[in-house]
Design a protein around this ligand. Structure first.
Ligand code: SF4
Length: 288
């Protein structure tokens, strides 16, 4: 039996950014339309946007004037200023959950309170947050890294929207022991919390799980981690072309096959994979 997780397809922020980009291009077909970085961590979707004339750039030098769409992860405000000064019309599709973090760290910066950011420093969302927090900020991603912080009497702490909640709690607990006055903001987004919980529950009752999402998608990596802990036969794939039916060899008639999707995976991709698995099982019915 195939069970699909109740939270699948694009999350609210990704859906909003993709729709905004498509509408801008539709309303302005003759003007250039760029996204700063991939709008979605999914190659098929990026390709289909390109076919519609929405081009991904990683550097402003790669583009001529036109619309510049800021993706849901947000960016360093310096990039927005630079784009505006070069004459781009900037469409800010930063997810409101991320925007909230920008506002929090901006406030802390104005009050001269150091900021501790929990997350992956190289991730674009964290790069954007650093830009708003200013120089007095520190990025850590594990309990061990708390020791790398300087002595701080007071600090504000925010967290990457896709962080696993239990990891966040462990790090904050350690910070409480180290910093006397701590302003704690739980900025994990509600969509992430729900998706992680739904994925965990599905993985627990599954014999085999496929987590579908882009190779560079941080939230997909977290879902994989969560699922793998409770279902050892968890596989991460980007799309139906990566589905290896050989891993289905030993499943039984009453086995549960779980399908989980990252926040950048189109819903159609999950249905394609479901159909491919169903087709394989029907064809090999006598063996199962
Ligand atoms: S995962 Fe959450 S914060 Fe990130 S884009 Fe989706 S809704 Fe927004």
């Amino acid at each position: 039996m195939i069970k699909i997780c109740s939270s699948i397809g694009f999350c609210f922020g990704v859906k909003r950014a993709v729709e905004k980009a498509e509408n801008i291009k539709k309303e302005n077909p003759t003007l250039n339309c760029y996204t700063f970085g991939s709008l979605v961590h999914n190659e098929k979707v990026v390709k289909s946007l390109e076919e519609k004339g929405i081009i991904c750039i990683n550097n402003l030098d790669e583009a001529e004037n036109g619309f510049l769409i800021i993706r849901s992860h947000g960016v360093n405000p310096k990039i927005i200023d630079e784009a505006k000064s070069r004459g781009f019309e900037v469409i800010d599709s930063t997810c409101p959950f991320v925007k909230k973090i920008h506002n929090i760290v901006n406030n802390l910066r104005e009050k001269k309170i150091p900021v501790v950011i929990i997350g992956k420093e190289e991730h674009p969302e964290i790069q954007g947050i650093i830009g708003y927090a200013g120089d007095n900020c520190f990025v850590i991603n594990s309990v061990d890294e708390v020791d790398n912080l300087p002595i701080l009497n007071e600090a504000g702490v925010v967290v990457q929207t896709t962080k696993i909640k239990s990891e966040y709690i462990s790090i904050v607990t350690e910070l409480v022991n180290k910093i006397r006055v701590l302003h704690i903001y739980n900025t994990i987004c509600s969509e992430t919390i729900k998706r992680q919980l739904d994925s965990y529950n599905l993985a627990k009752e599954s014999d085999i799980v496929f987590v579908v999402g882009g190779k560079h998608s941080s939230n997909t990596a977290k879902l994989f981690e969560i699922s793998k802990k409770v279902c050892s036969k968890t596989y991460k794939i980007e799309d139906s072309s990566e589905l290896d039916v050989n891993v289905l060899q030993n499943i039984k008639k009453d086995s549960v096959i779980g399908l989980i999707s990252g926040a950048s995976t189109p819903i159609e991709e999950i249905f394609d994979i479901r159909d491919k698995i169903n087709k394989h099982i029907t064809k090999n019915m006598q063996k199962y």
